[in-house]
Write a protein that binds this ligand. Structure first.
Ligand SMILES: *Cc1c(COP(=O)(O)O)cnc(C)c1O
Length: 371
């Protein structure tokens, strides 16, 4: 696997340009969507991101341990999480539940210094954040703010249907978000950062940019709205490229069953090729008989089932190549290479899952940078 850090930098620069005057928080959760947490974070900062965001505290701490000093937001943890440790590491914690505001307050009092926090309101996604308890949260934050125990630096929410920009929930969530911000302001809490937009909303809905946007997928050059075309359409380019080399090339007669369960059977004398990459490497098993690869400039489909460590290709009777030839598994759509979206279609999933689940077992080569 290669990761083009220059592509990440350039994609963020494009997002910064589109978002201005709003700032950009580059989302680097889940090992930067499988691209490598620390190197991707540095490339995003080189592209002009003002903030970094991760779901989990452990990833935020990893960034700090690696010496990344940029403003950093985290938003998903359960009781027992080391919130004090996050505060000590200058990580902004999101309170999205009543228990977490109490935990933050306890940690802040222990330290005798105000904790910098952000608050998450559920404007309709029905996932994280405060939904019916919002009035209580506003009151609690107002009291904590007045006491000097917290500095509320941001208020934010997340869309349910940002990838369908015309969906009525998009407008409804924005309206609810503005109301929630006003309710906070009326209680005397005016966070300087209001944010709502993920990649899709950053690219398609400037009215949702507010003070900060939170793109993730687009940072890595993937399109969050495949219906509008591939990422090149937005001025982005894919950073992840996955290749392998044929480990075996052999003749097979017509009627040869291929791979477990013989779901593929050769319909003529042909040449089979073995690709040493399987579901343990991140090739979705659900893409058996459907996943696309490129060999010698030709698009082929995986023959039969995806195995743990390998897949088989029917290279055709006239195949003139040999073991060692390159197989492009994932690359740039604009170059005719199989895209994460192609794989998502083959496996019945979304492009996010394809890149995020590429295995750390794949040797990773960094291109561009270093930042
Ligand atoms: C993952 C995530 C994002 C980024 O979403 P994309 O669709 O990848 O741009 C933004 N905000 C939050 C809260 C997230 O969890």
């Amino acid at each position: 696997m290669s990761i083009d850090l220059d592509a990440i930098r350039d994609n963020v620069a494009e997002l910064v340009r589109r978002a201005a005057p709003a700032q950009v928080l580059a989302v680097v959760k889940a090992d930067a969507y499988g691209h490598g947490l620390v190197d991707s974070a540095r490339a995003a900062l080189a592209g002009g991101a003002s903030w970094l965001g991760v779901a989990q505290l452990a990833e935020a701490l990893r960034l700090r341990e690696a010496g990344v000093t940029a403003p950093l937001l985290t938003w998903l943890f359960a009781p027992g999480a080391d919130i004090g440790g996050a505060i000590d590491a200058d990580i902004e914690v999101t309170v999205g539940s009543m228990w977490s505001v109490d935990a933050v307050l306890a940690a802040a009092r222990e330290r005798g210094a105000p904790a910098r926090i952000q608050v998450k309101v559920d404007t309709g996604l029905g996932r994280g954040g405060i939904l019916t308890d919002w009035p209580q949260m506003v009151a609690r934050l107002a009291a904590a703010h007045a006491e000097g125990a917290v500095e509320v630096t941001g208020v934010w929410s997340h869309f349910a249907w940002a990838d369908a920009p015309q969906h009525p929930t998009v407008r409804a969530q924005q309206v609810r978000f503005e109301e929630a911000c006003e309710e906070l302001a009326r209680a005397g809490v005016r966070p300087p950062l209001r944010h709502l937009a993920n990649s899709a909303a950053t690219l398609t809905n400037p009215s949702a940019h507010f003070d900060l946007v939170r793109p993730g997928l687009a940072v890595y050059g993937l399109s969050p709205v495949p219906d509008l075309g591939d990422s090149a359409h937005f001025g982005l380019r894919e950073a992840m490229r996955v290749t392998a080399r044929l480990s075996l090339v052999k003749r097979a007669a017509a009627g040869q069953g291929v791979s477990y369960g013989h779901e593929y059977v050769t319909d003529r004398d042909t040449v089979l090729g073995l690709v040493p990459m399987g579901y343990a490497d991140g090739i979705p098993r659900a893409a058996g008989g459907a996943g696309p690869v490129l060999v010698g400039g030709r698009r082929l489909t995986i023959a039969g089932r995806v195995c743990m460590d390998q897949v088989v290709l029917d290279l055709g009777p006239d195949f003139a190549g040999a073991a060692g030839d390159e197989v492009v598994v994932l690359g740039r759509a604009a170059d005719g290479e199989p895209s994460a979206q192609d794989w998502a279609q083959a496996a019945g999933t979304i492009n996010y899952e394809i890149v995020t689940r590429m295995s750390p077992r794949l040797p990773r080569v960094l291109l561009g940078g270093p930042f």
